[in-house]
Design a protein around this ligand. Structure first.
Ligand SMILES: [Zn+2]
Length: 61
């Protein structure tokens, strides 16, 4: 028997996180926003960018 295990992956099945560019694995909970995959733990980072225009600083009036 020859053991040619190697990296068997269907290229177009591999989904990557747009925040950290890491792979999103099978069975992993992730978010799909506008067709893009985002890890659950990367969502905060993404949200910071995404909602950047709504960012505010509370100031004394
Ligand atoms: Zn990520």
């Amino acid at each position: 028997m020859n053991s040619t295990k190697g990296e068997f992956q269907l290229q177009n099945e591999v989904e990557k996180c747009i925040v950290c560019h890491g792979q999103i694995y099978m069975g992993e909970v992730y978010y799909r926003i506008g067709g893009e995959g985002i890890h659950r733990e990367c969502l905060e980072e993404f949200a910071k960018e995404y909602f950047m225009e709504f960012r505010n600083v509370k100031e004394e009036k």
